[in-house]
Every structure is written in C-alpha cells, then in structure tokens.
Ligand binder design. Structure first.
Ligand code: PEP
Ligand code: MN
Length: 269
C-alpha cells in the first residue's frame, strides 16, 4: 500500500499554493524568498534585518527562538519573549515570519506570533509534533531529516496533511553523507524528484545545505534552476558576530546581491 497519498501528485495534480495574507503567496509562478538570522538575538538585530529585507523586497523573515543546538553549552534562543518581539516588529513592517517549533507544548504559546511553523531537520520524524501541527490552520514548513530520504519527508508531510492541515511546504536543507568538505550535502536531486512526486511547494535552504558562506549564492541559483519554489537563507548585519551559524550567513551586501540574482534567474526560467 502507499506510504503517502494525499500529498502525492497522483492525488492532486494542481500545485498547492500557500497564502500568507497581505498578498504574499508561496508556490507556482513565483519565487518565495525567506531570509534572516539563524537565531533571533535582539530587538536592534530584528530592526536592522527588517529594514534590509524591506529595502530588497523580501517579505518573509526567518529566525529561530528555540534553537536545536548540537551542544547544550551554545546559545539556545530567546524563547517566547523573543518571538513576541520578533513578530511585533515584523507585523508593523508588513513582513511575515517563519520560525522553528521544537515540541508539541510550544505550539499553543507560539501560535499567535507565527506565520509559518518550521519543523527542523532533527524533528522531521517527530510524529507527535507532526500530528499536532496537522490540527492547526497555519502553514508548516517541514525540513528534510538529516539522514532522511525523500520518501520519508513525504510521509512526514502526509502526517500533517492527513491530520487536516493542507498548508505544507517542504524544504531540502542538505543531508549527511560521507563528504566532510561541506557541512551537509545539498541534494538538488530532491527538487525535481519532489516536484514530480508531490503537489506541495518545494523550498531549498542553501545555508544549511552547504554550510559555507561563499557558496550560498551558486547553490541558491542552482536550486532555482532545478525548480525550487523558494529559497530560505541566513542573513545577518554582522555574520561574524552571529550567535549561531555565522559561517553560513550572508552579510547585507551579499544578501542584496543574492536577491537580485535570484529574481533574475527565476525570470529566465
Ligand atoms: C535552522 O533553520 O536554523 C535550522 C536549525 O535548520 P535545520 O533544522 O535544517 O538544521
Ligand atoms: Mn541555522
């Protein structure tokens, strides 16, 4: 029997688009650009990044307040107070936010301050979390598991969809392979494969995918040509001082150049 059904192209041929309100939609015929820091750090930081995004026509900001860190001794996020501050500033500026939810108990307190819930790579197969996100009416972006297959990602999406929430984005963010020259191996094969297998929008995260600032741009542009519906990348006013993932975070000049090239590349398709 099928391991996923409702998220498949066989079930629904027409591509799904996700409406975030205020004229912001994700999927078919447009390229979604989401950018921001790995971690939300301060009000000054959010203000500075919001200004940068507005100057460049980016309408969705990313940023974690609950951070899944490999070491417990590193910065783990500002928590719910940070999220309220992040959301308030973005709302005042017409920016939508995407942020990671790590566990079921966080959904309810986060709910009023989130436009898109992100399920991180370490939680792709947290089936209890997926079940609960299936009961809400806000969009969910599910990242591919660190060692997860494409079909496992689709089965995770099936949990949310079959629970009643059809607002799902999928995200290729690199997988763990034998390669050590890059943080992860961005699997661009996943983009055309997912586009064929599912009607859901496919987003690519080149920041976590390769993990090296210098190569975010070429991988992002390659992802657009491979058919991605959107790109999510890390940007910060001072990447070298970022609380997390600075090594894969673009500064504003790099981010500005990338947005221009992304839009030009998408227009070529
Ligand atoms: C992130 O987006 O900062 C993040 C932790 O991503 P991932 O779950 O893909 O590692
Ligand atoms: Mn990160």
């Amino acid at each position: 029997s099928d391991t996923f059904k409702l998220v498949s192209r066989k079930w629904k041929v027409k591509p799904t688009t996700i409406d975030l309100g205020d004229g912001i939609t994700i999927g078919e015929g447009q390229l979604a650009i989401m950018a921001g820091p790995c971690s939300i750090e301060s009000e000054a930081q959010v203000n500075s990044i919001v200004t940068h995004l507005k100057e460049n026509g980016v309408r969705i900001m990313r940023g974690g307040v609950f951070k899944p860190r490999s070491s417990p001794y590193t910065f783990r996020g500002m928590g719910i107070e940070g999220l309220e501050m992040f959301y308030k500033i973005c709302q005042e500026n017409g920016i939508k936010i995407i942020t990671e939810v790590m566990q079921v108990s966080q959904i309810e307190p986060m709910y009023p301050y989130v436009d898109v819930f992100q399920v991180g790579a370490r939680n792709t197969q947290n089936f209890n979390l997926l079940d609960e996100l299936g009961k809400i009416d806000k969009p969910v972006m599910i990242k591919r598991g660190i060692s997860g297959t494409i079909d496992e990602l689709l089965q995770s999406a099936e949990y949310v969809f079959s629970g009643g929430n059809e607002k799902i984005l999928l995200c290729e963010r690199g997988i763990r392979t034998y390669e050590t020259a890059s943080r992860n191996t961005l699997d661009l094969n996943a983009v055309p494969l997912l586009k064929e297998k599912t009607h859901l929008p496919v987003i690519v995260d080149p920041s976590h995918g390769i993990g090296l600032r210098a190569y975010i741009e070429p991988m992002a542009l390659a992802a657009v040509m491979a058919g991605a519906d959107g790109i999510i990348y890390e940007a910060h006013e001072k990447p070298e001082e970022a609380a997390s993932d600075g090594q894969q975070t673009l500064n504003f000049a790099e981010s500005r150049a990338l947005v221009k090239k992304l839009n030009r590349t998408f227009a070529l398709k």
